[in-house]
Design a protein around this ligand. Structure first.
Ligand code: SAH
Length: 255
């Protein structure tokens, strides 16, 4: 199991972005994993009630793709991650600093899903304006943002984090209970989780992943006080040596 300190010591944000968040690989092949997840996020954030003032993104990593559709429906975004380098990489993009990762192809793709590819610059600007805080968090702590205390948000988002951060199902369940306190009663949880994955690898390093089945995730979400409103499994059929995931679960639940 790859614990949070290993992430802090050896998760290379830049290499992670290059490996998993280019819309096309060096051979020009489309990144179907990313594209499918963007479509799911677009779909979930189009559902009724998925709007409000604040959204908290838990385990944001160095990425912004997960909030591209969300930022159309929430006024303020707070991004949380354990590692310093991921928060720094995200801040670099938010501040539009030289050397920041180029998200343009991804932003354009989402704008196309939303109906107007030409709106990409506007969306980037909107997102940069809406992300107000980037804070350290540990989902295994009762208050994940300790010593800070955040007012409960209207929506919680978490993509590909808990299965990386939790060593077993009991820890996964308790992490969901921990983060549930960050959202208001009546607020939503939006999750994208890989199923039946045990590892992912990049930059010659292997990170462990908690092997999860759909029903285990849904039951853990319900056990944390949510009612599942939407749940969809997308098989991942591509043969890919970098990951052994079999499918991706997209889920919306209401607290
Ligand atoms: N959300 C991003 C990143 C996923 S990678 C994406 O969709 O690509 C997994 C992330 O979980 C990493 O950014 C890592 O720093 C974070 N993480 C690992 N252990 C954690 C913990 N205990 N608490 C919070 N985040 C953690």
């Amino acid at each position: 199991f790859t614990d949070a300190e290993v992430y802090q010591q050896s998760f290379n944000s830049r290499e992670y972005l290059k490996e998993f968040y280019s819309l096309r690989d060096s051979q020009g092949q489309p990144n179907t994993f990313l594209m499918e997840n963007l479509k799911s996020l677009f779909k979930m954030f189009s559902l009724d009630g998925l709007r409000g003032d604040t959204l908290i993104d838990v385990g944001c990593g160095p990425t912004i793709y997960q909030v591209l559709s969300a930022c159309e429906h929430f006024q303020e975004i707070i991004a949380l991650d354990y590692t310093d380098q991921n928060r720094q990489e995200l801040l670099k993009w938010l501040r539009n600093e030289p050397g920041a990762f180029d998200w343009r192809p991804v932003v354009q793709y989402v704008c196309e899903l939303e109906g107007d590819r030409e709106k990409w610059a506007e969306k980037e600007e909107k997102l940069r304006r809406k992300v107000r805080q980037v804070l350290k968090c540990d989902v295994t702590k009762a208050n994940p943002v300790d010593p800070v205390s955040l007012p409960p948000a209207d929506c919680l988002l978490s993509t590909l984090c808990l299965e990386a951060a939790c060593k077993d199902l009991a820890t996964f369940r308790s992490a969901l209970r921990n983060i549930s306190a960050l959202v208001k009663p009546g607020g939503h949880l939006v999750m994208v989780t890989v199923l039946q994955e045990t590892y992912y690898a990049f930059n010659k390093q292997v990170f462990s992943c908690l092997h999860l089945e759909r029903n285990e995730v849904e039951e853990a979400v319900e056990g944390a006080g949510f009612e599942v409103k939407f749940s969809e499994v997308q098989p991942y059929l591509t043969s890919d040596i970098r990951v052994d995931c079999k499918a991706v679960l997209s889920l919306v639940a209401r607290r």
